[in-house]
Design a protein around this ligand. Sequence first.
Ligand SMILES: Cc1cc2nc3c(=O)[nH]c(=O)nc-3n(C[C@H](O)[C@H](O)[C@H](O)COP(=O)(O)OP(=O)(O)OC[C@H]3O[C@@H](n4cnc5c(N)ncnc54)[C@H](O)[C@@H]3O)c2cc1C
Ligand code: SF4
Ligand code: SF4
Length: 766
Amino acid sequence: MLNKIKQRIDAILGSGDMPTRRPELRAHFESNVPGLYVIGDLAGAPVIKMAMAQGVEVIEHIAEKPDAKAGDANVYDLLIAGGGAAGLNAALAAQERGLRALVLEKNKIANTIEDFPDGKWVYAEPDSSPPKGKLWLDGARKEDLIARWHQIVRENRLEIRTEEGLASLEKQRDAGFVVHSEKGEYRARRVILATGQRGNPRKLGVPGEEREGVYHRLYSPRHYHDQDILVVGGGNSAVEAALVLAEQNRVRLSYRSSELSRIFNDNERKLNEAVAQKRIELIFNSNVKEFADKTATLEIDRGGHRESRTVPSDYAFVLIGAELPVKFLKSLGIRMENEWNGSLLRAAAISFALLLGLWFFGGHAADIAGIPFSAVSPAAGALLAAVSLAALIALGWRGDRYAWLGVSFLAWYTIYGVKSPGAGEEFWPFRGWGFQFFSFLGRPATFWYTVLYTVLMTGFGFQALKRWGIDRRDRFQIWRYVSLLSFQWVFFFLIPDFLFQWAVKYQWVGAQLASDPQFAGQAWRSYGLIYAWPLFFYSFFYDPHKIWIVWGVFLTFILIPVFVLFHGKRYCSWICGCGGLAETFGDRWRHLAPKGRTSIRWEWMNSAILIFAAAVTLGMLLKDAVAWLRAPATLGLDIYHLYADIWLVGILPVTLYPFLGGKVWCRYWCPLAKLMHLFSAVYTRMRVSRFRIVANDKCIGCTECTRNCQVGIDVMSYALKQQPLDNATSSCIGCGICVSVCPMDVLSFATAVNPTLVQIQPARVA
Ligand SMILES: Cc1cc2nc3c(=O)[nH]c(=O)nc-3n(C[C@H](O)[C@H](O)[C@H](O)COP(=O)(O)OP(=O)(O)OC[C@H]3O[C@@H](n4cnc5c(N)ncnc54)[C@H](O)[C@@H]3O)c2cc1C
Ligand code: SF4
Ligand code: SF4
C-alpha cells in the first residue's frame, strides 16, 4: 500500500521529465561536479549555431577565473571531450585566450554531422543571430561543412586525438581531474563535456537487434536496390528514410502508435501518397518482437486483439531517436535534472519533527493521551525545530530531493499558517501564536505576506525580464514582465494596502463614498478590481457595497470575455498576481511542468473547482431567501476558503514550484482559468477567436518549445504538423515563451481570424 502511494507520488513528481531530460547545470554550464562543464547538444543546445555559441561562452567564463591556467606543463588547462560543433569551437576559443586545451574525440571530427545521410543540407539557423567563435557555419552540404571544419582544425593546429573517447574521470584534491580514455590518462585543470547525444541511438531491446542487417542509422540509402526493408519509428528520420528507400525497394514502416503526431506536414503528405500508391506499407500499433534471418516478427494490436505477423526484412532500420547517455553521465558523477534520490518517508518524519518543535516553541502545546507535551519548554521546541531543519538541508545538499520538498513545504506552510489570523486546527503548530509573532511595526502578518510576495515577484521578475526580454531583445516579453510587475505593485499591493485608505481619507472617491462605512472600511475588496469571479468571489459576499457587485459582474461577464476574445488566456500570464508569482519566482523551474497525456487528463480538476465555486456562490446568494441553504452554503464557503483559497492557491503550488514548475494552480485548480478556457474554446470553435499560435515549416524537432511550456503543452507536435495551437485543443495561456525560445523562429502569434493569412513575429528591439 505504502509502496503504491510512493509510486504514485514519484510518477507525479517525475512527470516533467518528458521528453527532454538533461544534466542538472548551474550557472555557466557547470555541473554539480565543480570544474566539470557540460555544453552543446548534451546541455540542450538544439542546433549547431547554439552549440557553437555555448562553446565560446563557457570559455569566456573559464578564462576569467584566476586559476584558469593549470600552471604545470603536465596538466592541461582544459580537457574537452567531443570534437563536434561545441567542443571544436570551445577549443578554438580557448586557444585564442591562451589556454592549453586537449580535445578527445571518440570517433571522427564532427562525427554527428559525418553521420548525416550523404549530401544532406545543413541549415545554419537561427538566422537572427550570427555564428559565434572561429568555427565556420553557413548553410552548406554536409561534405562541404566538414571539409571547412577540417581545414580550420589544421590551420589552428588544435590538439585533437581522434578515435579516443573519454571513459572516466577522477576528481583530484587539488581541484583538477585525471581523465581516462581507452588509450591513456591525462591531467587537466577543468573538463568540458561536449559529447552530444547522437552517438547513443535508442534501441528496441528485442532479440536479434544486434544482427547483421539491423541498423540504427541510415547513411547511404541509394546503396539499397530491390530489397525488403523494414523501417521502425514514427519520427521524421524514420519517415524520411522510408520515403527515400521506397524509391528502389519494398518498404514497410512499423510504428507502435496509431498516428504519426510528430512529423513535418510535408513528410506526412509524401507518406500518405506513398501509402496510397502502395510504395510503403504503413503498419500502425505494431511492435517488433524479434529480428531473425531476413525476417522480423511484429506484434500488432487490432483494437485490443493482438496478432503476430512475420514480415520479410533483408534490412531493418530502427530509427527511434537518440537517448541521453544517462549511465555515462552518472558514472562521471553528474546529477540529472529532476532526480528523486533519497527517502520520502524520512523527509516526512523530519518535517513532522520540525512542526512538533514549532508547536512547543509557540508555548501552546497541550497534553495528549496522557503524554505531557505541555511540559516541553519553548527553548527545547526551538532546538528540535532548528535541528530538524538543519537535517533536512544537509540531506538536501547531499542530493535528497524529498528533503528539499520537505523544506519547501515547511516554508510555505509556515507563511500561510502565520498569515491566517485565528487559524484553526489546520495550522496546528502556529495556532494561537504565529499571527502575533509575525505582526510587527504596527502592521499585521497579512501585510508582511503581501510585502514578501511583492518582493519575491519583483526580485525574480527582474531576473526573468532579463532572461526572456532584455537578453533576447524580445519586446513581447519585456512588456509582459513590465505588465505583470505593474499589476502586482499597483493593484495587489499599493491600492489595497495604501491607496484605498488614502482615497477614503482624502475623499478621492467623493465625499459620499468616503463617508459610507460599507465602502470605506473594506479596503480588502479592492482585490476585486482585477480579480474576477470565481477567483475572487468575495465581491458578492458579506454585504458588499453595490459598487463592488456592479463592478464584479461587469468584470467577469463583460470585460473578461471581451479580453479573452482577443487574447485568449493571457490574463494568466500578463495580469494575474497568482500567475505572476509563477512567471517570476517559478520561472527557473518552468521546464519541470508535468508533460504527457496523463498530465493533461489531470486538468479535469479545475472544472470540478469551477463547479464547486459556482455552487457555493449560488448557495451564498440564495441562502437568505431559502432557509435550508444557509448551513450548507456557509459550510461550502468555509471548505472552499480553506482548500481552494489557502491550500490549492497557496501552500501546495508554491511548495511545488521547484519540482513541477510554477503553473500547478493555474493549470489544475484555478476556476477563473477554466472559465476563460471555456470562453476561449467557444470563440475558437465559432471561428471568431483572435488568439492562436501558428507555425511555419522550419521546425527541426529540437523540443525547446515543449520543454519550456509552463503548462506542459507538447508545442512541438503542433509545430511539426503546422497545426494552429489554440484553446480548443490546449490550455495555452499565451505567455509566448515557446515563441521566444524557438531557435528557428517557427512559431508566432496569429492576430487574424484566419491564421494562415497573417503571421506576426514578436517584435524584437532593434
Ligand atoms: C538528423 C539530424 C539533422 C540535423 N540537422 C541540423 C541542421 O541542419 N542544422 C543544425 O544547426 N543542426 C542540425 N542538427 C542538430 C546538430 O547536429 C546538433 O545540434 C549539433 O551537432 C550539436 O553539436 P555538439 O557539439 O553539441 O554535439 P555533436 O555534434 O553530437 O558532437 C559530439 C561529439 O562528441 C563525440 N563523443 C561522444 N562521446 C564521446 C566521448 N565519450 N569522448 C569523446 N568524444 C565523444 C561524438 O563522436 C561527436 O563527434 C541535426 C541533428 C540530426 C540528428
Ligand atoms: S504553448 Fe507557448 S504561449 Fe502557450 S503557454 Fe505554452 S509556452 Fe506559453
Ligand atoms: S517549434 Fe519547437 S521543436 Fe520546432 S524548432 Fe521551434 S522550438 Fe524546436
